[in-house]
Design a protein around this ligand. Structure first.
Ligand code: CO
Length: 362
């Protein structure tokens, strides 16, 4: 991880902008700018203060030992807080006479008010400074995402041998997740979706105790996490024999997935990539049944920049990792989604998830 380059990039943003200092409060942004692996696990674990000559991590006794080890060889200094991290950093901001302090948009209103009162600084909203840096992955990050994708593929192969009528969605989710954890995943990238029968028409269905019946489609949307980095993949399979109508919808989604993957290349806007797959689904007569964006960036978080949806106006840069996940959802009946994870390249993309895309009946 190239922590010095990341810090330099943040300082460059700072030098081009109004604030004199920048407070990093989102945990994934903190992990990114510090390059500290496996130390912080929630927003409340640390805050980072960056000025032209200060790079300081405020944390508490729960994390300080791991942070001290991670800080060796970096430009980051550590400050151990015994009470509130925000109160501590606010007092130091006041001491340093910082006038304008940049903050991240996810900061809560309550924390914003306390920081502003206690530091005496004027708080200036910054937009996605670290999130935009995170968009283009370094080789070491790509390696971790590729490992997570490979484990996700293995878990799919495993579940095909297990899926059977009579199993509940919960049992399938636990089996998927335990396979990933026992084979090297740190928890899971996000709560798995196992949506069977009519539940599959809900794109983000929650896992239920519903028993899978013979002939049910089952949408499996899940991902491993390795070295802090996520994978994200979806397949819809049929337990038993698919109906003709299901086959028709499946082929529409499969062809939209292929078109999306073939369209991706660096420099195209997210909306342009989304548009090609969306048009294919529309041409097949299912346009109103594809409500969500075609894809999203994936990295330290499962949903990050860039957007690959109708509102994705910015170009998708080479080195970004995005999903291509068209779906068709027929309310109360069934849904199909086929999602792959790809690395954007200047002249195309490299597909990381390699599980079969043809209709699988188990
Ligand atoms: Co996704």
């Amino acid at each position: 991880m190239n922590a010095d380059a990341r810090l330099a990039a943040v300082r460059l943003r700072l030098s081009e902008s109004e604030p004199d200092a920048f407070l990093v409060t989102g945990v994934h942004n903190i992990i990114y700018v510090t390059g500290f692996d496996g130390v912080f696990d929630e927003d409340a674990s640390a805050v980072c203060l960056v000025t032209p000559d200060v790079a300081r991590v405020y944390t508490d006794s729960r994390y300080v030992e791991a942070a001290r080890t991670a800080a060796v060889g970096t430009q980051w200094t550590l400050s151990l807080s015994s009470g509130s991290l925000d109160a501590h950093v606010a007092a130091e901001i006041a001491d340093e006479g910082i006038d304008a302090l940049g903050f991240e948009s996810a900061l809560s209103c309550g924390r914003h008010r306390k920081l502003s009162e206690r530091s005496g600084a004027r708080l200036v909203l910054t937009e996605r400074w670290v999130e935009e840096l995170r968009e283009v992955k370094e080789p070491a990050e790509l390696e971790r995402i590729a490992q997570a994708a490979a484990l996700t593929d293995r878990a799919f192969d495993h579940i095909l041998g297990v899926l059977a009528p009579g199993m509940t969605e919960t049992e399938v989710a636990v089996e998927l997740e335990s396979f990933m954890r026992l084979n090297g995943s740190e928890g899971v990238a996000f709560p798995s979706i196992v949506a069977s029968g009519p539940n599959s028409s809900r794109p983000h269905a929650t896992v239920t105790g519903r028993r899978i019946d013979h002939g049910d489609p089952v949408t499996l949307d899940f991902g491993a996490r390795i070295g802090g980095y996520c994978a994200d993949m979806t397949r819809t399979v049929v337990v038993g024999t698919a109906t003709d109508e299901f086959r028709e919808v499946y082929e529409v989604v499969r062809s939209a997935n292929t078109i999306g993957v073939e369209t991706v290349r660096g420099g195209l806007s997210g909306a342009a990539i989304d548009g090609t797959a969306r048009e294919a689904i529309g041409d097949a007569g299912f346009g109103e049944h594809f409500g969500h964006g075609l894809g999203h960036g994936v990295g330290l978080e499962v949903h990050e920049l860039p957007s690959v949806g109708p509102r994705g106006s910015r170009p998708v840069p080479p080195g970004a990792v995005v999903t291509i996940e068209p779906g068709v959802y027929l309310e109360g009946r069934f849904g199909v989604r086929i999602e792959d994870l790809v690395v954007v390249e200047s002249d195309g993309c490299h597909v990381l998830t390699t599980s079969p895309r043809g209709l699988i009946e188990v």
